[in-house]
Write a protein that binds this ligand. Structure first.
Ligand SMILES: NC(=O)c1ccc[n+]([C@@H]2O[C@H](COP(=O)([O-])OP(=O)(O)OC[C@H]3O[C@@H](n4cnc5c(N)ncnc54)[C@H](O)[C@@H]3O)[C@@H](O)[C@H]2O)c1
Length: 336
């Protein structure tokens, strides 16, 4: 396997790259080091990857079609994991064009490059946000995703549709993976755990929406990396069992295409997440109650039966262990 990972300097891309490199799998990383959050954090992740054998890196923007196509042509990856994206649900209201650039045009360039340089399997990041206004918990891959509440979710749903089409037209085996609130060491500074830890340590209030009464399926980043690793050697094929009169949206009879959830499979109230963090830090949070943000889902909860029956893998790290590992990393990284 020679795996091209876009977004390799990002949170999940870093963990997946590290995991594959430790198994002696060659990794070609691509990332533009966007400044949506600390470029230094991305460069620090990269310097760890660059110290490992088998890693090669390109600093490039997915929006640059010629450059992306040249990297694919030169490197000839057997597998591609597309993690590069403009993330964040709330920022997509402020700056939708950043999402159109990286998530839609950028992903089209990845698809075009897979068309010109056939790969055994394209795995690409989607999100639990695509479930949008659907409230059937836990979310299964068969649930409706036609009602996105944010432009971020719409851009990821677009990725799923684009990949289905390219899988059909050009026979590119493609698996879209819906991640559920990922956290852990080397995490993103725009996400709750990072924001809360920093604020508690600095004696500042933490913004808590709706009294902490929203629930998330918090998924530890190493579980995501393990799930992705287990999927790589399992490209989908067209499925004869697909009933075109009542089509299952999670796979296809006309394309080698599949959609899977990767979540811990538990829904935890945000207030409990905060309590686990307070306990680890040995310090109480000052709560700043805020109204419910428009576009955020009330609750998320992944049904991961499909992932487990395909790969035998089920995410297993609970928030007590995951939050503790995050805080240990945070203290060490910022020398607190
Ligand atoms: N972290 C989560 O909770 C979560 C949940 C659901 C889905 N996802 C998805 O998983 C993927 C990885 O997320 P993450 O948390 O690691 O985010 P991240 O921001 O840490 O990583 C994304 C990386 O992509 C790079 N990038 C952005 N635009 C690019 C472009 N045009 N060209 C090249 N590189 C570009 C960024 O510099 C960044 O390093 C994303 O697609 C995200 O939407 C993440």
């Amino acid at each position: 396997m020679r795996v091209l990972i876009t977004g390799a300097a990002g949170f999940i891309g870093f963990h997946l790259s590290q995991r594959l490199l430790h198994r002696n799998i060659e990794v070609v990383g691509l990332d533009c080091i966007s400044t949506y959050y600390s470029a230094q954090l991305k460069r620090d992740r990269l310097s760890i990857l660059e110290s490992l054998d088998g890693f090669k890196f390109y600093e490039e923007d997915l929006g640059n079609a010629d450059a992306v196509s040249k990297i694919f042509g030169d490197e000839k990856p057997t597998h591609v994991v597309n993690l590069a994206a403009q993330p964040g649900v709330r920022y997509s209201k402020e700056n939708p064009r950043a999402y159109a650039h990286s998530n839609i045009s950028g992903f089209l360039n990845v698809l075009e490059s897979c068309r010109a340089n056939p790969v055994e399997h394209l795995v690409f990041a989607s999100t639990s946000s695509v479930y949008g206004a659907t409230q059937a918990l836990p979310f299964t891959e068969q649930d409706g995703t036609e009602h996105p509440l944010t432009f971020y979710a719409a851009s990821k749903k677009a990725n799923e549709l684009m990949a289905h089409n390219y899988a059909h037209l050009f026979d590119i085996p493609a698996t879209g993976v819906r991640f559920f609130t990922v956290y852990g060491p080397w995490g993103r500074p725009d996400m709750a755990l990072f924001i809360f830890t920093k604020a508690i340590l600095e004696n500042r209030p933490i913004p808590l929406f709706n009294g902490g009464k929203m629930a998330r399926d918090f998924t530890y980043v190493e579980d995501i990396a393990r799930g992705l690793e287990s999927l790589l050697p399992l490209p989908p094929s067209k499925d004869d069992n697909w009933n075109s009169k009542s089509p299952d949206p999670s796979f296809s009879g006309v394309a080698p295409y599949k959609i899977l959830n990767i979540g811990r499979g538990k829904s935890e109230e945000l207030m409990r997440y905060v309590s686990v963090l307070e306990e680890k830090l040995g310090k109480k949070a000052i709560i700043d109650n805020q109204p419910y943000p428009e576009g955020d889902l009330q609750a998320t909860w992944a049904d991961t039966t499909a992932l487990e029956s395909l790969t035998g893998f089920k995410p297993q790290i609970d928030i007590e262990e995951g939050v503790s590992n995050f805080v240990d990393w945070y203290m060490d990284y910022f020398k607190q």
